[in-house]
Design a protein. Structure first.
Length: 189
């Protein structure tokens, strides 16, 4: 073959990121084969998912804060691939995680587990901490079981009922204040 013919030959194809062939090559190189490789890869992806869940929650918080009243529900939650309950849990989990109550590196990998932790009152959270419950490997089922067993320790759950009653009384005070404020605004526009 002459030199001129080689120069006229097309160059080899260039693979760009996002090209299906690049993804196929990467998958072929990194496809797990052994149990520990599967566990490692799945754990790595789950860790990334936790960051994504918290970022989604943060964005939901911003959307709810910035969008006009009613638009959040209509434009955001109605169009998302998850329920309003999930959106609520994502927001609350992100809000609690960002509060710094527990360092990020010690948070569980699931938004629903973080959400359940966020519902614990401070004394109960301290108890969970003392029991070694707050850790990245914490499973939702383990937290639920811990709460169930804990209820059995305290006079048929009376302590929890007292805490809940105090919470409701505090909420009532806030609601009464807000009602009084709105009534005053309506009387004197």
């Amino acid at each position: 073959m002459s030199r001129r013919l080689k120069l006229d030959a097309p160059p080899p194809p260039v693979l760009i990121e996002g090209d299906a062939r690049v993804h196929a090559l990467q998958a072929a190189k990194s496809e797990p084969q052994r149990a520990e490789e599967f566990v490692s890869e799945i754990s790595r992806l789950w860790s990334r998912a936790q960051g994504a869940f918290l970022e989604i929650g943060r964005l939901l918080i911003r959307a709810k804060d910035l969008l006009p009243h009613g638009e959040y529900m209509a434009a955001v939650e109605a169009e998302l691939p998850f329920s309003t309950r999930t959106a609520y849990q994502l927001r609350e989990a992100a809000r609690w995680a960002m509060s710094g109550t527990v360092p990020m590196e010690r948070l569980p990998g699931s938004y629903s587990t973080i959400y359940l932790l966020s519902t614990l009152e401070s004394p109960l959270l301290q108890e969970a901490e003392q029991d070694g419950l707050i850790r990245p490997e914490l499973k939702r089922a383990e937290l639920i079981e811990w709460r169930r067993l804990r209820k059995g320790k305290g006079e048929d759950g009376r302590d929890e009922r007292r805490v809940r009653l105090d919470q409701l009384r505090q909420q009532r005070v806030k609601l009464d204040e807000e009602i009084a404020k709105l009534e005053a605004e309506l009387e004197h526009p």
